[in-house]
Design a protein around this ligand. Sequence first.
Ligand SMILES: NC(=O)c1ccc[n+]([C@@H]2O[C@H](COP(=O)([O-])OP(=O)(O)OC[C@H]3O[C@@H](n4cnc5c(N)ncnc54)[C@H](OP(=O)(O)O)[C@@H]3O)[C@@H](O)[C@H]2O)c1
Length: 223
Amino acid sequence: MIILVTGASGPAGQAVVRRFTGEGHTVVGVSRSAGPGTPAEQPGKHDHRQVDLLDFDAVKVLAAAVEAEHGRVDGIVHLVGGWRGSKTFAETGLEDWDTLHDLLIRTLQHVTLAFEPLLKASERGRFAIVSAKAAERPTQGGAAYGAAKAASEAWTLAFADALEGTASTANILVVKALVDEGMRAASPEKKFPGFTDVDRLAEAIAGLWDTDANGTRVDLTRE
Ligand SMILES: NC(=O)c1ccc[n+]([C@@H]2O[C@H](COP(=O)([O-])OP(=O)(O)OC[C@H]3O[C@@H](n4cnc5c(N)ncnc54)[C@H](OP(=O)(O)O)[C@@H]3O)[C@@H](O)[C@H]2O)c1
């Protein structure tokens, strides 16, 4: 398959690149900075592109390049994120909203709008975002974050509606927080209760090809 991973250099992105290249697929990974190459001894390939997903024209050029080079896209995993917040509601900095709007909503808008035709044309395309429990139960200091994640969920559900009647789907995976090997190594005494390992997240994303469900929220904290 041809899998686009936006946010490929983050902890989750690297796990998803590993998972799909490990299964022999071709991953087109995107981040602003230089990304990791193909993980060692993987049968698949990781072709990394440096694209600013806040630049809509650049995202359209990316979609045209993927179509020209591969003729199709089978999956898009949107893994751009970030967190801003404060201790109390009163201390909320509205500049945090601007940052989160760009990271969590605007990049998603650009990717879905630019890749909709390719995903609709796919034989069995899959689109996914990773949302947070904070969208349904925000803390007072996480007002901007919770609201931005809730908006990205609503946007994804609208995209799922646009895909109805095609062979492609869009779904939301929900976590409380993610943990990876680097975090565990840095704090060996910590237990990370309720966190989802990035490798488990990658497995759940791969599992989206086992179902035709569209527009669902898959809550990984219930496992
Ligand atoms: N980490 C958690 O605990 C947690 C909790 C709930 C949900 N999530 C969600 O899970 C997903 C993955 O999280 P993560 O922690 O692995 O990664 P992350 O730190 O949230 O995202 C970082 C990735 O996004 C890329 N990125 C940011 N702005 C970009 C832009 N304008 N253009 C292109 N790439 C851009 C970064 O590339 P550069 O470094 O090159 O900018 C990097 O590859 C995110 O959607 C996040 O919201 C995470």
